[in-house]
Design a protein around this ligand. Structure first.
Ligand code: SAH
Ligand code: SF4
Ligand code: F3S
Length: 479
């Protein structure tokens, strides 16, 4: 078995005391001749789990590997280097990854030269690294979310010494610019505006896996967006775990509202942002949204629970009244606005009455769509230390009750769209029916319709004829 070298390991304790002062660097591409020789024209495979932050990380990793002369493949059986880019937000996310790591045992036994790497949020946890080292001896390299910029250094070491490596450092204050990037799509793009999170919701692992919140400089964000507009991109989504606190660490007067206004003025056809934090969502953002037609009138505004006591235990800094007041304030200035949300069911010791308060809130807001989760304890987070008197069966029951309540609204909104014409950004040929194209509306509803493949990446008008709960069917409208 190969020796293991620990270049740096994660620590939940260190993660809690991370400093806020950000430092800005230019990415340094530093391959040795050995690395270039070993990887030139070889194929790499990368699979990403989790959120948009991880998808964007995949694009950076691909950019680095492409710059090394490597070629992307979707077939893990024929690659020279494989990377699993993991998510740790819930147990089922991690279970999927363990299954996939298991599948690589066979692939690696047939292809001894394969370099097998794991990165992403799971690798920011010491107990997971220990488990992988012990159970999966064929994993060669593990690196953390802050170490993507060290990928080439790691490969240089690997080709020098051929050991197993673990590299997870707490460089949470660092922001790297001029990163290589190979975007997955040619018409829609994610642009990071900040990294990390300072909120420490008691159930959530993200502040530990992604570090303290740090904002990119607005001139860098705007330059990146400008380039996307020039390349003909149709949609930009500005990304941050909490976009509303953009700029707080910069101390130069920059705010999310100002940034949003500037990006919208670049005239990208569609502009979105993810994710908003209710008590940080300020009225100046509502005004900027109302001012620009190209900012989509659809907001993802996670509420997590409708019970004030549960919100307090979750360390969410608002109550249900403040949340509803915000929704009403936004609706009064932007009447056609629609909302989606995230909700966690079965937080430790949640009573049935507290759960019912979530149902009440949902019935007041009327969401167009929602992501619902059963609470999953995450090692090292405060909530994971709470005893829990609610059985898993009871949580599943409440989960189903919540989904049924939400689906009444989804159905209402979907039916209301029948007979009307909407702008649809065309994404791909439908996987289920090759005759149809698949795209999505301003409010993120999936639409299927007949059309030519060359419409992919374009915004077209589609009249809706039929609706299902989670997708719509329509026909192209020629102008
Ligand atoms: N920064 C974003 C995304 C966080 S992760 C935000 O604050 O909304 C996406 C969603 O996963 C969260 O909104 C929450 O609803 C859910 N989630 C996070 N940790 C969880 C846990 N331990 N169990 C169940 N759901 C969780
Ligand atoms: Fe997690 Fe809360 Fe931060 Fe979202 S805001 S990433 S839920 S800690
Ligand atoms: Fe998952 Fe990490 Fe995103 S835990 S949800 S990939 S920030």
């Amino acid at each position: 078995m190969k020796n293991i070298e620990f270049i740096d390991v994660p620590s939940i304790e260190k993660a809690k005391s991370r400093k806020i002062k950000s430092k800005y660097y230019d990415y340094n591409f530093n391959p040795t001749l050995k690395t270039l020789d070993a990887l030139k024209n070889k194929k790499y495979f990368i699979r990403t789990y989790g959120c948009q932050a991880n998808i964007r990380d995949e694009e950076i990793i691909s950019g680095i590997l492409n710059r090394l002369g490597m070629i992307k493949t979707n077939n893990e059986e024929e690659c020279h280097l494989a990377i699993l880019n993991t998510c740790a937000v819930r147990e089922n996310a991690e279970d999927k990854v363990y299954g996939q790591i298991g599948d690589f045992k066979n692939i690696k036994s047939k292809n001894k030269d394969l370099i097998f790497m794991i990165c992403g949020c799971m690798i920011e946890q010491k107990h997971i690294i220990d488990l992988i080292l012990e159970k999966f001896p064929y994993v060669d390299i593990m690196f953390g979310t802050h170490n993507i910029v060290d990928l080439v250094t790691l490969l240089n070491k690997y080709f020098e010494e051929k050991k197993r490596y673990v590299f997870v450092s707490s460089r949470e204050g660092d922001v790297f610019e001029n990163l290589p990037s190979s975007r997955n799509e040619t018409y829609k793009a994610f642009v990071n505006i900040s990294y990390g999170c300072n909120n420490f919701c008691t159930y959530c692992i993200v502040p530990y896996t992604r570090g303290r919140e740090r904002s990119r400089l607005s001139k860098e964000i705007i330059a990146e967006c400008k380039e996307l507009v020039e390349k003909g991109y149709k949609e930009i989504t500005l990304l941050g775990q909490n976009v509303d606190s953009y700029g707080k660490d910069l101390n130069n007067g920059d705010t999310f509202a100002k940034l949003l206004d500037e990006v919208a003025s670049l005239n990208i056809p569609r502009l979105r942002f993810l994710t908003s934090y209710p008590s940080d969502f300020k009225d100046d953002v509502i005004d900027v949204m109302a001012k620009h037609d190209n900012i989509m009138k659809f907001i993802h505004l996670p509420v997590q629970s409708g019970s004030d006591e549960i919100l307090r235990l979750m360390n969410r800094r608002y109550n249900s009244k403040e949340y509803l007041d915000l929704i009403n304030r936004i609706r009064s200035k932007i009447p056609n606005i629609e909302f989606s949300t995230d909700i966690i069911v079965g937080f430790p010791n949640e009573t049935y009455d507290q759960f019912k308060e979530t149902i009440d809130l949902v019935q007041k807001v009327h969401y167009t769509s929602a992501f619902t989760f059963i609470y999953s304890p995450r090692e090292g987070t405060p909530a994971a230390r709470l005893n829990d008197n609610v059985t898993y069966e009871e949580k599943v029951k409440r989960f189903k009750e919540l989904v049924a309540a939400l689906e009444k609204d989804f159905d209402y909104f979907a039916k209301k769209m029948i007979g009307n014409t909407y702008e649809v950004l065309v994404e791909e040929v439908s996987k289920k029916n090759k005759e149809l194209l698949r795209g999505y509306t301003e409010n993120n509803k999936i639409v299927h319709f007949k059309g030519d493949k060359n419409l992919i990446g374009q915004i077209v008008k589609v009249k809706i004829n039929d609706s299902h709960l989670y997708s719509l069917f329509g026909e192209l409208v020629n102008e």
